[in-house]
Write a new protein. Structure first.
Length: 168
């Protein structure tokens, strides 16, 4: 076996091992359906200190997003509609932005007329605790447990609304 061939095989083996290790580390940090949602605490835009336990038995749609994310821009009006439609039945929509720039964040909320609960997690510590590495990413949480994890969604889709209503 030539030295070049040996090096190629060794590099391929090292990459395979590295891939498995990275997958395992990411899997352990990522919250999945059935997991207990991590406790968090953040000051919402309404001035209140919000934590996971603040929601009691309500169903929480916890959406991680950013103003620079095209799918986030697309789903914001639908999340607002979902909030207005189901808030009186016990559904809470909370958007946590990972934006660094407060002025862009506030402008975005104003432009879309967002009335659901919002907060800006500029250090991304809450999204990190969930293992969120892409946006939009949403966790549907009931009684502290993740019952659904969604990467991008059509919140107007009848099947999604039916699913949420079954949790209320």
């Amino acid at each position: 076996m030539t030295t070049d061939r040996f090096l190629q095989m060794a590099m391929a083996a090292a990459l395979a091992v590295l891939s498995v290790v990275l997958w395992d580390v990411t899997r352990d940090r990522t919250i999945q359906v059935g997991d207990r949602a991590p406790e968090f605490s953040i000051r919402a835009d309404n001035g209140m200190r919000i934590s996971l336990s603040s929601f009691g038995g309500k169903v929480l749609v916890l959406n991680f997003w950013a103003t620079w994310c095209p799918p986030c821009v697309k789903e914001t009006p639908a999340l607002e509609q979902l909030h207005r439609e189901l808030k009186d039945r016990g559904l809470v929509v909370m958007g946590i932005s990972i934006d660094k720039k407060e002025e862009k964040y506030k402008s975005f909320l104003k432009r879309f007329g967002v009335t659901f609960l919002t907060a800006r997690d500029e250090s991304a510590s809450i999204s990190d605790s969930f293992g969120t590495y892409r946006v939009p990413e949403t966790y549907v949480i009931k009684d502290g447990k993740v019952v659904q994890k969604i990467i991008g969604a059509d919140w107007k889709e009848e099947e999604m609304i039916r699913f949420l209503k079954t949790l209320l």
